[in-house]
Design a protein. Sequence first.
Length: 196
Amino acid sequence: MPNQFNNITVYCGSADDLQPVYHLAARQLGCLLAQKNIQLIYGGGKTGLMGVLADSVLANGGKVIGVVPENLNQSQLIHSGLTSIELTPDIQTRQRRMIEMADASIAMPGGFGTLYELLESLTWAQIGMHHKPIGVLNTNGYFDPLTVLFEHAMNEGFIYPEHRDLLAVADTPEALLAALAAYTPPVTLSRWVDRS
């Protein structure tokens, strides 16, 4: 049976002056989440892809929860029209809450913060802290270098093949949601911890 999603966490960039192709992908993903009645959980921002994504969900009748560390709760950064906002004491607690609250997580193109969030979610899955689907929306081939690095890490023995299988990669929101819905945790995942 396919995975069912009520809430999806999306990590994405907050930078301004991005290529239009990235804005388009954020609008498409936001529209799709709203159409499927999937609540968006994200970092609460109003700039960059964060703002475009949240605006798209809201404009299409969806719900958006922003999870915001207290030091970033500033009017120039945080969206004022969200369904709700949850404040956390720090960014580490924010990350934990966004993983806990969601049925799956998606990374769109972004910078250090997005990569940190994606890699932490993958690390937690690797050591069994959660078994939720994780994917990247590979708009404009943005994540190609990262997936090459993951293949290199696997070929060099730093991660197992089942760790590479933790991450779904797709070019469109529709294909990515389908991949996340079809995800099954690797059965041999625990051998990283028990060394069997």
